[in-house]
Design a binder for this molecule. Structure first.
Ligand code: ZN
Length: 198
């Protein structure tokens, strides 16, 4: 069944000023299986977000902002492979973060077993130790791992900022519904990569 729906309007902010001391950039699941040709669950627009995420990384690294990567990580028998094709098997090429966005040695990589990067990980603990209260979240998939991570962050009262051109989804509907939910339900900030300043 295909039904045309209108996306309720949400604000896309054109100037977002952030304090680098209290902000972390979270790069979600930019792994070969989701982004690179030959991956098992590639989003059609995921590759296009690489240059925007590179810009965000430059901004973050240049201003001393913390950078965190999430890395979807599954082992043999993981029940997620009953929902999705096999993906992000630990140690494989598909599991690795794409070359263009390689983490620096001093940046935290959170290996996660579910959509939410807070679930079963030390992410919240680490962010609180750093005194972080704002998260810029980018990566893929917008309505899955980005969304559940953003939701989980918002429930913990982090301010959530999502540059809409640095996230990607399998379908435009999924992208818009996710951004609308973040703006509407969590009072998150939707913006663009170039509108973010420190
Ligand atoms: Zn997964």
């Amino acid at each position: 069944m295909a039904t045309a729906v209108e996306v309720p309007e949400y604000e896309v902010q054109d100037d977002v000023q952030l304090d680098p001391e209290r902000t972390a950039l979270i790069v979600v699941d930019m792994q070969n299986d989701f982004v690179s040709e030959g991956g098992s669950l590639v989003g059609p627009d995921a590759k296009d977000t690489i240059p925007r995420i590179q810009s965000l990384l430059e901004l973050a690294r240049g201003s001393g902002m913390r950078v965190v990567y999430s890395q979807d990580t599954h082992d043999e028998g993981d029940p997620e492979w009953q929902i999705w094709p096999e993906h992000a098997r630990r140690g494989t090429w598909g599991w690795q973060i794409v070359d263009g966005l390689a983490p620096r040695g001093d940046e935290l990589i959170v290996q996660k077993v579910r959509y939410d990067a807070f679930y079963g990980t030390s992410l919240d603990h680490q962010l609180r130790l750093w005194g972080i209260d704002t998260l810029v979240i980018c990566g893929t998939v917008a309505n899955i791992c980005v969304h559940y991570t953003a939701a989980s962050a918002a429930l913990r009262w982090y301010r959530v900022v999502i540059p809409r051109d640095a996230v990607s989804a399998l379908e435009p509907f999924d992208l818009e519904s996710s951004l609308r939910q973040t703006a509407f339900l969590f009072a998150g900030t939707i913006t663009t990569t170039e509108a973010i300043h420190t």
